[in-house]
Design a protein around this ligand. Structure first.
Ligand SMILES: [Zn+2]
Length: 114
């Protein structure tokens, strides 16, 4: 049952992300502004909440990614992903990276989902 619930939960999150990607590609400007105002604060708060759990402890390890037997030095993969997507990636306007075209974004989504 846990496995089924986990699958339902993951599918719902993938669906939501796909819906937001679709909106970003296809919605008209007023709809985009409306979605951005409602969704950007939710996304940023989601990142903050997740990153708080991965703040390094006083030994410089991630308390969430570390186990009793294996310590994970900060920055852990969650912080590296945050930097990649929020600072080095598409959300940083001056970095000059290309926004994926529709087909590339969809194939990337499919690749990520598997
Ligand atoms: Zn971590």
């Amino acid at each position: 049952m846990d496995e089924i619930l986990g699958r339902v939960l993951r599918d719902a999150v993938w669906e939501r992300l796909n819906m937001l990607s679709e909106l970003a590609e296809r919605a008209d400007a007023p709809s985009l502004v409306s979605v951005a105002r409602s969704e950007l604060p939710r996304l940023t708060e989601g990142w903050r909440s997740m990153l708080r759990e991965h703040e390094p402890d006083d030994r410089g390890d991630c308390p969430t990614c570390s186990t009793r037997w294996r310590r994970q030095k900060a920055p852990c993969s969650v912080w590296r992903a945050a930097h990649e997507h929020l600072v080095a990636g598409g959300l940083a306007p001056q970095q000059g990276r290309h926004v994926l075209s529709g087909a590339a974004a969809r194939s990337r989504t499919v690749a990520s989902a598997t």
